[in-house]
Design a protein around this ligand. Structure first.
Ligand code: ZN
Ligand code: ZN
Length: 390
């Protein structure tokens, strides 16, 4: 089959590789009809995420048709069914899964020992995302082996297109969780840093959850225009001071809820902290650039909440912890518990409350994937979200 394969920094290729096979009775094989490039895939492309190996198949946002089902998954899944596959693999049976904490499933990471050592406890296995999260082959491919397939799937009713439901596997529930874990009140101002695909889903989620005011921060005109169309007031951080503008929009009080949809590779104008980040990163003294996180802590209203769907990789530097402690800020973060939200979100799509396909700007065949990684990373050609057709 054809698949997008990681060969190193800035080197993802469309290769011919062996077809996947059932390896465990709970597995299924899915023929991918549509997949997408996620913002967090760029961390792999840029090689800032540790734990990748040459030959790894990438991609964790995909859907398709069930082609083959292992003996223990047959009661839950049938050949021919159409499914979206959550990017967080979960067993459905461990303590965490039974609490709905699917992204920290205790059993789905087959490199659990390594993750235990690194993080103190393991997190869930992820598709196409480093050997620290299981080293599972990803979904930017013609076929994928889905482990724990009897639980790790979302069945799609007839009448919905791939484009309407594909993002249920990642960016839609990710944006939703980011907003939901802010416990948005009707009096709240919600500020969202980053208007990439997850930021766009977060904006629409915050609007649907009834925020008084949603403010979106970015510097790319197309992204800001899309944010505005979704109901946000926009701030271009290269044109104006984010802190000043947020204070202006909140009567000097600051937003109650701040969401970091950027993560470890924050771009910023030349502030002291962002220049130090750049210098330390170049010297391999720092893994993550945390400018957005610091700015959120500074501008957030005391007793407010910071929600972090943006991906961080390792240790972050120069975090004003005393400021956060004294302001009484609440931090909520984590990989998405995809399945916790998707029944509700599928209903909302069916009812027409939202059509997540609004975010797609590029649809191309799988073999154009490597080129599209660059287009997406460099935000060229108005690129916000790439969909691939294997
Ligand atoms: Zn993702
Ligand atoms: Zn589990």
């Amino acid at each position: 089959m054809r698949a997008l394969v990681w060969h190193g920094a800035n080197d993802i290729r469309c290769d011919t590789v062996p077809d996947p096979e059932i390896e465990h009775p709970r597995d299924a094989i899915v023929r991918v009809s549509t997949c997408a490039i996620c913002g967090s895939d760029l961390h792999l492309h840029d090689n800032v995420m540790p734990g990748m190996e040459k030959g790894d198949i990438v991609g964790h946002e995909f859907m398709g048709e069930v082609m083959e089902v292992g003996a223990e998954a047959k009661s839950a899944l049938k050949v021919g069914e159409r499914v979206v596959v959550p990017f967080t693999i979960f067993c459905g049976e461990c303590d965490q899964c039974r609490r709905g904490n699917y992204s920290v499933c205790e059993r789905s990471n087959r490199n659990k020992a390594l993750a235990d050592k690194l993080f103190g406890h393991t997190t869930a296995g992820l598709f196409g995302y480093t050997h620290l999260t299981g080293g599972y082959a990803g979904g930017q491919a013609e076929y994928v082996r889905v482990p724990f397939a009897d639980r790790t799937h979302i069945k799609i009713p007839e009448g919905l297109t791939d484009e309407q439901v594909l993002f249920l596997g990642d960016i839609f529930p990710t944006g939703w969780q980011a907003a939901a874990q802010c416990d948005i009140q009707p009096t709240d101002t919600v500020a969202i840093w980053g208007c990439g695909p997850v930021g766009q889903m977060t904006i629409r989620s915050a609007v649907l959850l009834g925020a008084k005011q949603v403010i979106a921060i970015d510097r790319v005109p197309e992204r800001l225009a899309m944010a505005k169309a979704g109901g946000a007031i926009t701030i271009d951080f290269e044109e104006e001071s984010v802190v000043e503008r947020l204070n202006e929009l909140t009567g000097g009080k600051g937003p109650e809820k701040c969401i970091d949809a950027v993560g470890m590779e924050a771009h910023a104008t030349a502030t002291i902290d962002s220049m130090m980040d750049r210098a330390k990163q170049a010297l391999m003294l720092e893994s993550d650039r945390a400018h957005v996180l610091r700015e959120m802590m500074y501008v957030c209203r005391p007793a407010g909440t910071l929600s972090i769907p943006g991906v961080y990789g390792g240790l972050v530097d120069k975090i004003p912890f005393g400021m956060a402690m004294n302001k009484g800020l609440t931090f909520r973060m984590g990989q998405t518990h995809v399945k916790r939200w998707t029944d509700d979100l599928l209903n909302r799509i069916q009812e027409g409350q939202i059509d997540p396909s609004f975010v797609i700007t590029h649809t191309v065949p799988l073999d154009q994937g490597p080129e599209m990684y660059k287009t997406f990373r460099d935000k060229r050609d108005g690129c916000i979200k790439v969909v691939l057709k294997p």
